[in-house]
Design a protein around this ligand. Structure first.
Ligand code: GLC
Length: 633
């Protein structure tokens, strides 16, 4: 049973699609303080666990830390952080008492989940215009399903988007892409998509293509498609301020950019230099920006990734001036330890500064609204601009679109990726932990940068990460400019990589069907073990294994120099290792086990009485025979 409570006059975030009667706040089941801010609190019993908050740091059980809802361009996904790129304000309390809570509010929220006081959860909403949804249910999954029902069905991408995808910030010219394609082919490494990062654009201008690098882009896209490769260009939120550049001119003439307090277009610096921020919260601007993708779609591109849409602001003119002034002050004095750190802070503090977020405005149905008050829906609305346009023009499931920033509601038209992680072993585990949390919030099409975005991948790290990625709907290897090359053919002998990637293609029919079913039934593709075995104390606390669909459990290796791992079986299962066309099977009893897993093997556990289909390996989804399937067991 879902109940809705309203405080003040909230902005329409478009998160919830069902309509509700509004209950009186006096009857709200948790403690509720309404002043300048709103504070919700509830006691925590010893055994209580808290699930949710979508894309964030730390565990599957979120208890014991303070998180924030504030879409952040945060490249260091370390434990001390409080927020990443998405704001996913949904939690489920799991204990003797069970409930779900969705705070529908587009600005900052602080979630102190048993941190300040281990016996107390306190949620501070920095404002007093919001909707609260309180959900009672029989089980954690029942609560999630009720929530998912009120926010609407999850986005389903085209079938080919379940193939393996290669990306790199730094592929610039046509030959770079051809090389990636040919190297995969030559080494028997499957591939469906190659991503185009900012390098393809003319001076980092959205919806342009650098003519020197791509003299005949249309022919290039066609030729790649004939070879079963989809090219997926990036689109950034900021639009370069340059007279004569049509996207800028149209946006400028129609008043589609965010403005400052004096009504002038807000200017800040991102990749192209000074940009204007399209006002995706203005309905006309949103429709206009969505239609801008048409030019590339007409050329034959059929997928995009939207980036820097928290929005990420490298600097604003004002912020820069302030920093320079501070540095000048310091220069005029003798440097001491305080001025040294002060100068560092002055420079680093200009990026994504709250002062800047406070200094520009949106036009929401004719009302001027400060960005700070609606920050968390900006990126979501950018991606909805695209997703809605694609659905209107081409129909559902035709185009691929996913975003870095997100808010619940965007899950209906797009997927997400987990942003700029590192080539760290701990980030394989973080990738795993985020999967059930984002599924709870409706985001099914998701995945992390496999191999790690920042820093330098090693061969074993990539293989182990791929063995998890084999199960994630978005399976993309991506890295930053200047990091060690990490395509599957960069580490000498490619046979191990081919073995692991072949497993992905063998599993695609199962993954795709499970994905569709989860979208249809508002189910989670990945669940914490606690959701399926609530009475099993060990299972409840497992943080490095997940249930997949209704049939399987996954338990990847995520540590270096390990030839296997410990795994907990909450019931009798069949242990399976998949590698190329090989399948190893072993019956196992409920309990703790150590299993050996080689670098070219993908471990999987199948529940008793269940089975899953396997296809023959293929080099891309177009060549995948989805009719001729065999049972794994
Ligand atoms: C951001 C994105 C990353 C991309 C880079 C350059 O850091 O998160 O994926 O490669 O920008 O566009």
């Amino acid at each position: 049973m879902v109940k809705k409570y309203r405080i003040g006059t909230p902005v329409n975030t478009e998160a919830v699609t069902e309509s509700f009667d509004i209950e009186k706040t006096d009857s709200f089941p948790l403690s509720l303080e309404i002043n300048e801010n709103v504070i919700l609190s509830f006691p925590l019993e010893n055994d209580d666990m808290i699930f949710g908050l979508g894309e964030n740091v730390r565990g599957i059980n979120k208890r014991g830390w303070t998180y924030e809802s504030w879409c952040s361009d945060e490249t260091n996904h370390t434990e001390d952080k409080r927020a990443l790129y998405g704001a996913h304000n949904f939690i489920v309390l799991s204990g003797k008492d069970k409930f779900g809570l969705f705070v529908d509010y587009p600005s900052k929220i602080e979630w102190d989940l048993g941190n300040t006081s281990p016996e107390m959860a306190a949620i501070k909403i920095f404002g007093k215009d919001l909707d609260l949804y309180f959900i009672d249910g029989e089980s954690e999954l029942d609560i999630v399903k009720q929530f998912r029902k009120i926010i609407g069905k999850s986005y389903i991408p085209p079938f080919w988007a379940f193939g393996y995808q290669q990306s790199c910030w730094g592929y610039a010219k046509q030959e770079d892409f051809v090389k990636v394609r040919e190297n995969h082919k030559k080494n028997n490494l499957p591939l469906d998509c190659i991503y185009m990062d900012i390098d393809y654009m003319d001076s980092f201008k959205d919806f342009t293509v650098n003519k020197k690098l791509f003299p005949d882009f249309e022919a290039f896209v066609r030729e790649m498609k004939e070879n079963n490769i989809h090219l997926i260009p990036i689109i950034d939120a900021g639009v370069k301020k340059e007279k004569g550049y049509s996207v800028h001119d149209e946006g400028h003439e129609n008043g589609y950019f965010c403005i400052d307090k004096d009504g002038r277009e807000f200017e800040c610096g991102v990749w192209p230099g000074i940009v204007g921020l399209p006002d995706f919260l203005n309905k006309d601007a949103r429709r206009w920006f969505g239609s801008k993708y048409k030019e590339l779609l007409d050329i034959g591109v059929d997928g995009f990734w939207n980036d820097m849409n928290e929005p990420a602001l490298f600097y604003s003119k004002k912020g820069l001036e302030k920093a320079f002034k501070k540095l000048d002050d310091i220069r005029s004095r003798e440097m001491d330890i305080w001025s040294f750190f002060g100068s560092k802070d002055a420079v680093l503090g200009i990026q994504n500064s709250m002062d800047d977020y406070k200094s520009f405005y949106h036009n929401i149905d004719g009302k001027k609204v400060c960005h700070k008050d609606v920050h968390n829906i900006y990126g979501a609305f950018m991606t909805k601009a695209a997703g809605e346009y694609f659905e209107e023009e081409y129909g559902r499931e035709k185009k691929l679109i996913f975003s870095r920033a997100s808010y619940i509601g965007a899950h209906r038209t797009s997927g997400i990726w987990f942003g700029d992680n590192f080539s760290w072993w701990s980030h394989i585990l973080l990738n795993l932990k985020m999967l059930p949390s984002v599924n709870m919030c409706g985001f099914l099409y998701c995945g992390a940068d496999i191999g790690g975005f920042n820093s330098h991948a090693t061969r074993d790290l990539l293989l182990r990460w791929l063995a998890l990625g084999v199960f994630t709907p978005l399976m993309r290897n991506h890295r930053a400019l200047g990091t060690r090359a990490q395509e599957a053919y960069q580490f000498g002998d490619t046979r191990d990589f081919s073995d692991v990637l072949s497993v992905r293609y063998r599993l695609i029919p199962y993954i795709y069907e499970t994905f569709r079913r989860c979208s249809d039934e508002n189910d989670m593709m990945f669940k914490p073990l606690a959701f399926e075995y609530p009475d099993d104390k060990i299972a409840r606390e497992v943080e490095d294994q997940l249930m997949l669909g209704n049939e399987c459990m996954i338990a990847p290796v995520y540590e270096q120099n390990k030839s296997g791992r410990n795994v907990y079986l909450p019931e009798d299962m069949t242990f399976v290792k998949l590698s190329g066309e090989n399948v190893y099977k072993e019956e196992m009893k409920k309990g703790l086990h150590y299993v050996e897993i080689a670098l070219n093997e993908v471990p999987l556990f199948i529940k008793r009485g269940k089975n899953i289909p396997l296809a023959k390996p293929a080099l891309n989804t177009a060549e995948l025979d989805v009719e001729k399937l065999e049972n794994l067991l």
